[in-house]
Design a protein around this ligand. Sequence first.
Ligand SMILES: [Ca+2]
Ligand SMILES: [Ca+2]
Ligand SMILES: [Ca+2]
Ligand SMILES: [Ca+2]
Length: 304
Amino acid sequence: MKRSIFLRIILLLSMLLLSACNVQKEKGQIAFETYRDGNAEVYLMDEDGGNLVNLTKNPAYDGMPAWSPNGKLLAFTSERDGNPDVHIIDMESGEINRLTNGGGFNVDPAWSPDGSKMLFLSNRTYYIPGKGGTTEVTANPKLWSMDVEGGKAKRMTSELGLDMYGDWSPDGDRIVFMSTRDGDEEIYMRHASGDEENLTKNPARDTNPVFSPDGKKVAFMSDRDGNLEIYVMDLDTGEVSNITNNPADDGDPAWSPDGKKILFISDRDGNTEIYVMDANGSNVKRLTHNPADDIHPQWRPPTK
Ligand SMILES: [Ca+2]
Ligand SMILES: [Ca+2]
Ligand SMILES: [Ca+2]
Ligand SMILES: [Ca+2]
């Protein structure tokens, strides 16, 4: 009798250990845009490049994925209704709903850190109040935000130049984006006060900024050293490091949820593929292997 209880306890312990190992081994997932099926689709893969799934399966353009902070929803841009608009996939049910509605294009979504708002790029018409009444502005791409539950969109950047590639800071107080307001592509930070600060001030292209998960750094792409590379800026010191250093074009940086890795795209192997590296640029691994373009990788946050 004693022995049987002892055996049961051993069995229970080994089962618990096994399930703990399984939890540890659970792989992260990456969403990305790919042209491998002849038109742009959003795919999901494991963090090692395995288990590919087409999430959109529609002849129209589907791309620019962005995970909700709780990892349960995936926003993306789709032209399936005839106009480029932000849509959201419920990853549990697979249901797809459109968030934005007409009024020019509405693309490239980014979530607020609390998951309640969506930042996106739109060229919708808007009006600026002035001395002699209001001025109508058309087709000037700007960053807008709206509640994920729906409602009225609000312009999030000032009336200067073209603004795109917005990313919300993890504390929700700031937005980084690219703007051409000073004549070339620069990275700007919009503070809660409404002040907008040029972070790069470099005559080269500086674009696609993304906050690190701890909010202390911004990764971006630039051709300041002759070809496109991924750079990381320390926001405290202003120090900028080239972390790719490769003669091919390297772009589209995206952090892993723990901030230890950075996803990026590169044509170093002859066509555009998705790669992962440690946040200091070491340990580069290729994740996709397809002659079509694979772009816009986004690491799924752990589901809460
Ligand atoms: Ca498609
Ligand atoms: Ca620049
Ligand atoms: Ca490069
Ligand atoms: Ca490829």
